[in-house]
Design a protein around this ligand. Structure first.
Ligand code: ZN
Length: 191
């Protein structure tokens, strides 16, 4: 068994042993809100936003972007499960600022091995066996963190499936301090 698999299963055993009354939790989030945020390993929404099991929906993807699939989840979140306030939370030092569609397409076309990065940019192992399929995907990268929050809040706000009365808050999580910093223009965009 892989070391990670072993560790995860052992941790789960300890968790389940102390599960308490969490088996009684209802399906709809008890605090009726949702967070869209990045998958970055340094971000723990339960910690930075004070969530317990059953409290809120957390939708995560690379960048915390308002992709079609993120919007699909948000719409289910309010329409079927009653959330009434949403957060879009990107963060400092996001990996999505470090590449663009063209770079990713080229790296994947070259090989499927993990690429490396240094001050000269991304490098592929040139092991071969890549696929051009990556050139057909919009990887939703960005260069300006605040701007990406504004765009995502706007995209969600402008969806014909999102009702006007759901507030959408735009924030950037600071990886150095753990603080959430508001993107004021995103809040305006959401109004
Ligand atoms: Zn990120």
């Amino acid at each position: 068994m892989s070391k990670i698999l072993e560790e995860v299963l052992a941790a789960n055993q300890r968790y389940a042993d102390n599960f308490g009354d969490k088996g009684e939790l209802g399906l709809p989030p008890a605090r009726s809100f949702a967070i869209l945020t990045c998958m970055d390993a340094r971000l723990d929404p339960a910690q930075y936003a004070g969530l317990a099991e059953g409290d809120a929906h957390v939708i995560r993807n690379a960048g915390g972007r308002a992709s079609d699939d993120a919007i699909r989840s948000l719409v289910i979140s309010y329409k079927l499960l009653g959330t009434r306030e949403w957060f879009v939370i990107h963060h400092t030092d996001c990996g999505m600022e470090l590449f663009d569609n063209e770079t990713m397409g080229e790296l994947l076309a070259s090989s499927l091995e993990t690429a490396s990065v240094d001050e000269n940019g991304w490098h592929d192992s040139k092991a071969g066996g890549g696929s051009v399929e990556g050139k057909y995907i919009n990887w939703l990268t960005f260069k300006d963190n605040a701007q990406s929050v504004i765009e995502d809040v706007q995209r969600i706000r402008n969806s014909p499936l999102v009702p006007d009365n759901i507030p959408i808050y735009g924030y950037i999580y600071d990886c150095r301090t753990g603080r959430l910093v508001e993107v004021p223009k995103a809040s305006v965009a959401a109004a």
